[in-house]
Ligand binder design. Structure first.
Ligand SMILES: NC(=O)C[C@H](N)C(=O)O
Length: 307
C-alpha cells in the first residue's frame, strides 16, 4: 500500500472558470510528490516538493497568487511537520519569500525554534541564502481584482470569499512508513494586517505523528483554530476511526460546534488516505500504486493510471 501522497488546493467554492486549472495543478503537484517518494525520498521531501509546486502555481492562494490583506499586500503563513520526530517549522506573515514552505523546513532543520515571524523570518532567510523576491512579484491580477471587490462595503462579504483561491497542503507516507505534512497560504482575503490564521499553528493547519497519521487542513482559519482541526482528526483516528471517518468526524464537529467549514487531506502510517471537505468544493489529488486520484466536487473521485 505504501507510499502515498495526497494534496489539496483549498476548500471553499472553486469558481467554474478556475476548476480545470485547479484540478490540473493539484494533479501535477501530487505526481511530483510521488516521483520523490518513488526515488526513495522521505515523506518530508515529498510534501515540500508538492507544496512548492502549488506555491509556484498562481491558481492557488499560496506563494505567487496569494490573497491580499486589507492594505493590498501579501502576507503568507506556512508549516511543515515530521511525523517521525514531531519536529516542526513554521513562518508567519512573510512578504517577500517565493516559497514559504521551504523556509518553514529550514526553521525546523536549522533553528531550535518552531516558528519565526515577519522580519525575524526574513533575517533568517537571508542568513540561509534564501532569495528574497519583490513582494509585487507574488501579486496576480486576479488577487488584486478580488481585493478591490472586497473593499466595496457589503457587496462581497469576506466570508463568501474564503476558499475562492485555495490554501495548499500535502500529506505523505514514505516507504519506511514515516508521515509528514506541509501547508502554505496567503490567508483570507482582505484580512487585517498581522492576522495569523490556522495554517502556521501546529495542530491546526497540520499535524504529523508516525503513531497515528498526518493531516493538512484548509478552510475558515479562525474556526479551524478553535477546534485544532488537524489534531482533532488524529484524535478520532487514535480512537479507532479510519482516516476517512476521522476526517469526517472532525469536520462535522467543527461545523456543529463553531459553524466552521473546511477540508482536510489525511493519511495513516500504513498508507490509507482521505481527502474530505464540508465546503462546496475542494480541489485534491492523490497518487498511490501508480494510480492518480482526483476530484473537486462533492463525491467526485476520478482515477487514472500514471504510466
Ligand atoms: N483558504 C484557507 O484555507 C485559509 C486559511 N485556512 C486561513 O484561514 O488562513
Amino acid at each position: 500500500m505504501l507510499p502515498v501522497v495526497v494534496v489539496h488546493g483549498g476548500a471553499g467554492s472553486v469558481p467554474k472558470e478556475r476548476s480545470a486549472g485547479a484540478r490540473q495543478g493539484v494533479c501535477a503537484a501530487a505526481r511530483a510528490g510521488y516521483v520523490v517518494l518513488q526515488g526513495g525520498g522521505s515523506s518530508m521531501d515529498a510534501v515540500v516538493e508538492a507544496v512548492t509546486q502549488l506555491e509556484n502555481n498562481s491558481m492557488f492562494n499560496a506563494g505567487c497568487g496569494s490573497v491580499l490583506n486589507i492594505k493590498g499586500e501579501v502576507e503568507m503563513d506556512a508549516l511543515v511537520m515530521d511525523g517521525q520526530t514531531l519536529a516542526s517549522g513554521a513562518v508567519v506573515a512573510v512578504r517577500n519569500i517565493a516559497n514559504p514552505i521551504q523556509l518553514s523546513r529550514l526553521v525546523m532543520e536549522k533553528t531550535s525554534h518552531v516558528c519565526l515571524a515577519t522580519q525575524g523570518a526574513n533575517q533568517f532567510a537571508e542568513s540561509m541564502c534564501v532569495p528574497q523576491v519583490q513582494p509585487e512579484s507574488l501579486i496576480t491580477d486576479y488577487a488584486r481584482m478580488r481585493w478591490r471587490q472586497n473593499l466595496v462595503p457589503d457587496t462581497t462579504p469576506v466570508e463568501q470569499q474564503v476558499g475562492k483561491m485555495g490554501t495548499v497542503g500535502a500529506v505523505a507516507v514514505d516507504v519506511h512508513g514515516n508521515v509528514a505534512c506541509a501547508t502554505s497560504t496567503g490567508g483570507i482575503p482582505n484580512k487585517m494586517e498581522g492576522r495569523v490564521g490556522d495554517t502556521p499553528c501546529i495542530g491546526c493547519g497540520g499535524y504529523a505523528d508516525n503513531s497515528v497519521g498526518a493531516v493538512s487542513t484548509t478552510g475558515e482559519g479562525e474556526a479551524i483554530m478553535k477546534v485544532t482541526l488537524a489534531r482533532l482528526v488524529l484524535f478520532y483516528m487514535e480512537r479507532g476511526q479510519s482516516a476517512e471517518a476521522g476526517s469526517d468526524a472532525a469536520l462535522a464537529y467543527m461545523k456543529s460546534r463553531v459553524e466552521g467549514l473546511g477540508g482536510v487531506v489525511t493519511v495513516d502510517p500504513r498508507g490509507h488516505w482521505a481527502a474530505r471537505f464540508s465546503t462546496a468544493q475542494m480541489s485534491w489529488a492523490a497518487v498511490q500504486e501508480d494510480t492518480l486520484h482526483c476530484g473537486v466536487e462533492v463525491g467526485e473521485h476520478l482515477t487514472q493510471n500514471i504510466n
